[in-house]
Design a protein around this ligand. Structure first.
Ligand code: PGA
Length: 250
């Protein structure tokens, strides 16, 4: 829908600051010879500072707390993230929902907190295989999206990533048609809740086993505005290939 394609890298719990710096140097060099378009990295918190000081590319966090400061041992603040120059933050990744039991109430609080400090939340949604096979996929996605949209009185800048849980880290990618259908469904929810401007302007990224080999056919789908890439983003040459393919479709 959006003409500009976005490639986001979710590094999860990978790379220390030294490896981060090496990657950034290599990626920057490769980006000089390859047109990469809009790229955003989500490194682990231990590499925020390295990104802040060295990255010519946008970056963000994988998680923050819903309060800006206080007695919250082990948490990270959206305010610090903003001060370091980050632009975005993942919210509701399936690993956060499943492993860390994050509920919709928690995700909503985090999204409100991020917007308050001027950071764009990248809301991740998606169904499990069991939910898809039992015909509950749309109901699940609707609940994940609408619970957030309904918590605001007016439209906000929120990006969305559709990531079917069964495709994350499994090597099993959604077919281009499955991705397009889900994106269209999410766009419809945006339109119903926040109107056509919002629905047109909200980037909806696909995530789940994206690789250089499947990027092209996914991007041929009109509703796919880019990618959230896990495993393949850890290898500089693979991620640069994905970014160049996306740039060709921008
Ligand atoms: P994957 O991860 O590309 O390794 O499937 C995607 C994600 O978890 O965002």
């Amino acid at each position: 829908m959006s003409s500009k394609k976005i490639c986001a890298a979710n590094w999860k719990l990978h790379k220390n600051p030294k490896e981060t710096l090496q990657y950034l140097e290599e990626f920057s060099k490769l980006a000089k010879d390859n047109s990469v378009g809009e790229v955003i990295f989500f490194p682990p918190a231990s590499s925020w500072q390295t990104f802040s000081e060295n990255s010519p590319f946008s970056w963000g966090a994988q998680n923050v707390h819903w309060e800006l400061q206080g007695a919250f041992t082990g948490e990270n603040s959206a305010k610090v993230l903003k001060d370091l120059g980050a632009s975005s933050c993942l919210v509701g990744h399936s690993e956060r929902r499943q492993i860390f039991n994050e509920t919709k109430e928690v995700l909503i609080k985090k999204i409100h907190c991020l917007l308050e400090v001027g950071i764009i939340p990248l809301l991740c949604v998606g169904e499990t295989l069991e939910e898809r096979e039992s015909g509950r996929m749309n109901a699940i996605i609707e609940e994940q999206v609408l619970s957030v949209l309904k918590s605001f009185k007016a439209p906000q800048e929120i990006w969305i990533a559709y990531e079917p849980v069964w495709a994350i880290g499994t090597g099993k990618v959604a077919t281009p048609q499955q991705a397009n259908e889900a994106h269209l469904f999410v766009r419809g929810l945006l339109e119903k809740s926040w109107g056509s401007e919002s629905s047109k302007n909200t980037p909806i990224l696909y995530g789940g086993s994206v690789k250089p080999e499947n990027a092209e056919e996914l991007l041929e789908q009109p509703e796919v505005d880019g990618f959230l890439v896990g495993g393949a983003s850890l290898k500089c040459n693979e991620f640069i290939s994905i970014c160049s393919i996306a740039q060709k479709h921008s």
